[in-house]
Design a protein around this ligand. Structure first.
Ligand code: SF4
Length: 372
């Protein structure tokens, strides 16, 4: 599934954010309205598969394919001719990438941080895009990098979401470290944003191991302090644990730590590894076959669930998961990167199984076997 394409820009002097409108007479082109509903000519841009005509109109031309775009999708036309999709009407897996910068550098980061300041670009982009997202949007993710690195602009975008999409569930991935600073957690609490949930990773029950996984000294202390500050502000929290060689040996202890020290978490998710970003480079330190950690996972999930915590298992395949954990397994992989293997074609459980990340096509459990 495409989220990005490129053509030849014409008259695009700044990033143009707009809504796709396919009701044009020319089947090879579509129109972009920056103010949907208002047919102001100067606010329309053209996307076309044909070459640039001698006198405009402004837009992007010679695009290989436009079929993946649908009416109502929100996109950005960049000055270099790149077209990025910001919001797809037909998907439940939309997310806003707030920045590619990060203050951690996790061993298994699927989107390795980039050391350039993109915060102004993304802030300006979403300031225009958020009001264009349909109010019927049921859920929307925020991701990074580390979104809180936008500083005050992070809160400004949250306020914009709160006003424009009051019924949308917002799920924001953050390492939580910024909230060790009480003024920031208080600032978030002041929003009283009950549709917002923060997804915050915790990888161990003690500092050295967590800090090693995220490659940042002091991160554990900041994250745990941040979690308590957020809880004191009634901010909804999800804890996220990625399952790999570093986290599995202390998974049992981590589950006890969570119940005793972070019982306010509304949701705890255990997530299988995505073979993307840094993971292939650190694979020797990370990969462990899911069928080899079934006992640890069963113990941790049942422990938390038995004590009344809301627990899920993400990114796991049913044939490598103990049956007692199937009730916790969710189809969590975003549609644009979710695949199944040839073995799955004959499997009776295919519809119920979450399948694989596309990046795990060559890295999967030796226990994959169809239910027949
Ligand atoms: S064979 Fe494929 S579809 Fe069936 S349970 Fe395993 S991973 Fe899922």
């Amino acid at each position: 599934m495409e989220l990005k394409t490129k053509g030849i820009p014409f008259g695009i002097n700044r990033p143009i954010v707009g809504v796709v409108n396919k009701s044009t007479l020319d089947p090879g082109s579509i129109m972009i309205n920056t103010f949907p509903g208002e047919q102001l000519i100067e606010d329309c841009f053209t996307l076309s598969t044909t070459g640039v005509p001698p006198y405009g109109p402004n837009g992007i031309y010679a695009i290989p394919d436009l079929n993946y775009l649908n009416d109502g999708d929100v996109i950005v036309l960049n000055t270099d001719g790149v077209i990025n999709t910001i919001y797809r009407c037909e998907s439940r897996h939309n997310f806003l990438l707030f920045t590619e910068r990060c203050n951690s550098n996790c061993l298994m980061c699927s989107q390795p941080p980039k050391d350039r300041d993109d915060t102004t670009y993304f802030y300006n982009l979403y300031k225009e895009a958020i009001p264009l997202i349909p109010k019927s949007c049921s859920e929307l993710g925020i991701t990074g990098g580390e979104p809180t690195l936008l500083g005050e602009r992070f809160f400004a975008l949250l306020e914009l979401l709160q006003v424009n999409l009051p019924d949308t569930e917002i799920h924001c991935l953050t390492n939580g470290r910024s909230f060790a600073w009480k003024n920031l957690s208080d600032r978030l609490g002041d929003l009283s944003y009950n549709k917002l949930m923060l997804g915050i990773p915790i990888y161990a029950d003690y500092a050295d191991l967590h800090d090693y996984v995220v490659q940042a000294k002091g991160a554990f202390q900041q994250t745990v302090l941040g979690l308590h500050h957020l809880a004191a502000n009634n901010v909804r929290i999800e804890l996220r644990i990625v399952l790999h060689q570093q986290t599995i040996p202390r998974l049992k202890k981590l589950s006890r730590f969570i119940y005793k020290n972070l019982p306010f978490a509304e949701h705890v998710t255990f997530m299988a590894l995505e073979n993307q970003g840094y993971t292939p480079h650190n694979i020797d330190k990370l990969w462990i076959d899911p069928i080899d950690y079934a006992d640890e996972l069963e113990d941790a999930i049942h422990y938390l669930s038995d004590f009344g915590m809301n627990v899920s298992l993400y990114n796991a395949q049913l044939c490598t998961t103990p049956k007692s954990l199937w009730q916790f397994s969710r189809k969590s992989i975003s549609d644009w990167k979710n695949i199944y293997l040839r073995e799955c074609e004959k499997c009776e459980k295919l519809d119920a199984c979450g399948g694989f990340f596309a990046s795990n096509k060559l890295l999967f459990s030796r226990g994959i076997k169809a239910f027949e």
